[in-house]
Design a protein around this ligand. Structure first.
Ligand code: NDP
Ligand code: 2IT
Length: 458
């Protein structure tokens, strides 16, 4: 009976959300992925239903939208849209990255900010969930253009953020270079030097291991899943997508653990290197992507024996996921593993998926993994290492301390282990067996819901 009440309450909230935001499919997908996990939680906690926690949780506390005007190298005036979403601040100041990509819109950022609420809760750190960005495309832009864009973006954003209010960081299209320009602009406008952004350079308040943290964390999480099943990553064939920050450091950690990463991608296509991407090849990729800002297709020209396949936008599946493998690490973007891709992975022998990206697997893909008993680490758990080390960067900044590499790396490993344990325990406790997707949703939710309840209706 109670189960029916909870299910129908959840359905009501979902239906209302669909009616209100029909043009935000990614956001609806992200919420739709979480709410089924909450049925048994609400059954045990009627106080959450009474306080209407669910309905409050799916509305962002605030959305800021603004115009970003800037001048390109030819003297043309360009206009982009800027956003910052504070989704939920119940357990700490808003925290989450900035994405600069032409596909950015309010719905995409709401999905990312919503995910961030649960992810940040799972880290055990005192950080609420937020996200922001712009539909600006940094690709092909000079350093000067990127700098002027960042300065204009911060010319408005600075009013809405602060080291105890909202602390942005990087995401797609925002790396060390962009964080540097954004920080410089904030420092000048506000006349303060604070930990208002994370992912800063080591010379101005950054933390060791922050660039590595998301990729390393996704592999630590995979290692934890494997070990709990009596397996290991050693000698395993791994598929990695993307070739940016997360993908690069996922490959680095896989190499260190004795696994063999054989693929990388960008939006133009993907490379397959059956011999494996070793440290020397990875160093070349890092220079290609981070300094020369080139395309992954150049890999196949540089390393004989490897192949490049361009993206076929008409195709129903991505052939990268058809390469026979043991493990997969999607590290590019949302919805890159659809149902057919998931089936291809299973047919190719894949038994573990650890998501470096946010929501890379769609609901059909997730069902395929569940049906076939694939060890599945959802993004909000598996990629939480990045934001967790961002929180460690905030701690170091406020204490005016600087921890060494091993200290930060050990803390990161402890946090990833803890997220796995919390998610596994929550899954078991609420009747979801060993399902880490449900488990991470429940574990992430509980802390935020309790904090919201304590703070009253605000
Ligand atoms: P980067 O910008 O460094 O790299 C992104 C990579 O993904 C590039 O190879 C890019 O190719 C590819 N990519 C981006 N969009 C698309 C698309 N629409 N189709 C195909 N390929 C695409 O970003 P990150 O490595 O930082 O982020 C990767 C993922 O990890 C994202 O989902 C992000 O939200 C998530 N994440 C990042 C964290 C971080 O700390 N940076 C933390 C947690 C999650 P191209 O250059 O051609 O666009
Ligand atoms: O999706 C993410 O967790 C990030 N892009 C990192 C956010 C952060 O604040 O470090």
């Amino acid at each position: 009976m109670l189960e029916t009440v909870c299910s129908s309450r959840i359905e009501e909230v979902m239906t209302a959300l669909e009616a209100r935001y029909p043009d935000q499919p990614e956001f609806l997908q992200a919420v739709g992925e979480v709410v089924p996990s909450l049925v048994p939680v609400l059954e045990q906690h009627p106080e959450f239903i009474e306080a209407n926690i669910l309905e409050r949780l799916v509305e962002p506390e605030r959305v800021v939208k603004f115009r970003v005007s800037w001048v390109d190298d030819e003297g043309n005036v360009n206009v982009n849209r800027g956003f910052r979403i504070g989704f939920n601040g119940a357990i700490g100041p808003y925290k989450g990255g900035l994405r600069f990509h032409p596909t950015v819109n309010e719905g995409v950022l709401k999905f990312l900010a919503f995910e961030q609420v649960f992810k940040n809760s799972l880290t055990g750190q005192p950080i609420g969930g937020g996200k922001g960005g712009s539909d600006f495309d940094p690709r092909g832009r000079s350093d000067g253009e990127v700098m002027r864009f960042c300065q204009s973006f911060m010319g408005e954003l600075y009013r809405h953020i602060g080291p105890d209010t909202d602390i942005p960081a990087g995401d797609i299209g925002v790396g060390g270079r962009e964080v540097g320009y954004l920080f410089g602009a904030y420092r000048k406008i506000t006349n303060t030097f604070t930990g208002v952004l994370t992912g800063r350079g080591l010379e101005y308040g950054g933390s060791l291991i922050r660039p590595e943290a998301t990729g390393y964390g996704a592999v630590y999480f995979a290692d934890e899943m494997a070990r709990h099943s009596g397996k290991s990553l050693e000698d395993k064939i791994c598929l990695v997508s993307g070739s940016g920050n997360v993908a690069q450091y996922a490959v680095e950690k896989l190499i260190q653990l004795g696994a063999k990463a054989v693929t990388l991608s960008d939006s133009s296509g993907w490379i397959h290197d059956p011999a494996g991407i070793d440290n020397a090849k990875l160093e070349w990729v890092m220079d290609l992507k981070n300094n020369r800002r080139g395309r992954i297709s150049e890999y196949a020209e540089e390393f004989p024996g490897s192949t490049f396949t361009p993206t076929d936008r008409e195709a129903a599946s991505n052939p990268l996921w058809s390469v026979p493998s043991d493990c997969a690490f999607p590290c590019a973007t949302q919805n890159e593993i659809l149902g057919t891709d998931a089936r291809n992975l299973v047919e190719g022998g894949c038994w573990l998926v650890s998501e470096g990206a946010n929501m890379p697997t769609d609901p059909t893909g997730q069902s395929v993994f569940r049906e076939h008993g694939v060890l599945y680490g959802p993004g909000k758990a598996a990629n939480a290492g990045g934001v967790a080390v961002s929180a460690l960067e905030m701690s170091q900044a406020s204490q005016r301390q600087f921890w060494n590499r091993d200290e930060v790396d050990n803390k990161l490993q402890g946090i990833m282990k803890n997220i796995h344990e919390m998610s596994a325990n929550a899954a078991a406790e609420y009747g979801f067996g060993q399902d880490l997707l449900h488990g991470s949703n429940v574990a992430g939710f509980l802390k935020v819901a309790r904090a919201m309840l304590s703070q009253g209706v605000i």
